[in-house]
Design a protein around this ligand. Structure first.
Ligand code: NAP
Ligand code: FE
Length: 367
């Protein structure tokens, strides 16, 4: 059997209405907490109020300047606030953007240097501040991963940190916090969970127990995302579960080509993160159908998707076009995108021969 390491050290408290349990679950010595969130959630107030109430009796402050697909600069500012406040832990409250920003702030809260240096490969000398994740979207899985993804506005690319210290110590996944998501956000984040699971299942790093988790995530998304889009609450609860499963799956087997091909769609055309990889998935699977080292897995996925009429039909049924032109992409973009994709490490764990020509061909076929 293939050797593997399975490590998922996050204490997860899952269930609608359970955000109040933060109070008892946060380790007692952690008395000074920085809540990291985005301006919309800070303004809307209900999720922040619930977290603030759970922190009653502790000292806490809010940093609410996280932007979507977080850039480096707000993270530096948040870290300065964490240091000035003497934060002993950070709570990432929101979608993947605030959760990832909280991870960056936690790292810089205890380590010298800039976020850019760590993205360039510097290793943290000290463990980051303890991270507590409270997701309000269902898709990124950041609540259970050791990853944090940032947008480098100078290089016009997205770059990821990966470090065991970035696993949250605690995640309270309270699906009730996701009920305020508008339909389009339910769909785009839900498709992030789907692509995480599909990519981790196909990755050359995959191993059997992780495959079972990925397949459970895929089945859950296929069964519940259409109803979640109509804001059916039990279906939204199921999507929060699928997001967590997808996060566990990429923790062990990573994402592969569709995610890194999706990054330029977000950076250059502002395609929401979840959609950006999902819209490339049909052409990617078509390519793997012709040439891959895992033909049995590609066939298995096709069988799972058949009752929905295939992946493209599933996406179209959710109102998602797989044609890149819909998002403003033109053939002239492709030479801009390809060099940003080929340099990423995840190319090597994609189970097929991937060259610049192949990447360009997948983009072109998806136009
Ligand atoms: P997001 O960027 O965190 O949030 C998108 C928008 O959703 C925000 O502008 C926010 O609007 C709104 N929102 C959040 N929760 C809401 C709620 N409950 N009700 C209504 N609106 C809500 O989106 P995301 O897709 O969750 O995260 C994407 C980021 O995660 C990307 O940067 C991606 O690269 C990263 N990611 C990380 C990992 C990982 O393992 N670390 C994995 C996958 C993706 P308001 O401003 O109005 O609040
Ligand atoms: Fe993702």
């Amino acid at each position: 059997m293939k050797p593997f390491v399975f490590h998922m050290p996050v204490r997860v408290i899952f269930g609608a209405g359970r955000v109040a349990e933060l109070r008892a679950a946060i380790p007692a010595p952690l008395r000074r907490i920085l809540i990291v969130t985005d301006p919309g959630l800070a303004k809307d107030g209900s999720a922040l109020r619930a977290v603030g109430q759970a922190l009653d009796g502790r000292a806490w402050e809010v940093f609410d300047e996280v932007d979507e697909n977080p850039t480096l600069e707000p993270v530096e500012r948040g870290a300065a606030q964490a240091r000035a406040f003497g934060a002993e832990a950070v709570v990432g409250l929101g979608g993947g953007s605030p959760m990832d920003a909280a991870k960056g702030i936690a790292l810089l809260g205890t380590n010298d240097g800039t976020l850019a240096e760590y993205l360039d490969g510097r290793r943290p000398e000290r463990p980051p501040l303890p991270i507590i994740a409270v997701p309000t979207t269902s898709g990124t899985g950041s609540e259970v991963t050791p990853y944090a993804v940032f947008t480098d506005v100078e290089a016009l690319t997205k770059r990821a940190l990966s470090d065991p210290g970035l696993f949250p110590v605690l995640s309270v996944i309270d699906p009730a916090l996701t009920y305020s998501m508008p339909e389009a956000l339910v769909v785009s984040t839900g498709l992030d969970a789907l692509t995480h699971a599909v990519e981790a299942y196909l990755s050359t790093e995959a191993f059997p127990v992780n495959d079972r988790i990925a397949l459970e995530a895929i089945e859950t998304v296929l069964a519940f995302l259409p109803a979640a889009r109509r804001r059916d609450r039990p279906a939204m609860d199921a999507m929060a579960y699928a997001s967590m499963l997808g996060g566990i799956a990429i923790t062990h087997a990573s994402t592969i080509l569709p995610h890194i091909m999706g990054y330029p769609l977000t950076v250059f055309h502002r395609v929401p993160h979840g959609l950006a990889s999902a819209v490339l998935l049909p052409e990617f699977l078509r390519y793997l159908g012709r040439q891959s080292t895992v033909p049995e897995k590609v066939e298995h996925l096709a069988r799972m998707l058949a009752p929905s009429g295939g992946l493209e039909a599933f996406l179209e049924h959710l109102g998602v076009s797989c044609r890149l032109r819909t998002y403003g992409v033109t053939p002239r973009d492709i030479p801009l995108f390809v060099p940003r994709v080929i340099v990423k490490g995840d190319v090597a764990i994609t189970p097929a021969s991937i060259t610049e020509e192949v990447i360009a061909a997948i983009y072109t076929a998806a136009l």
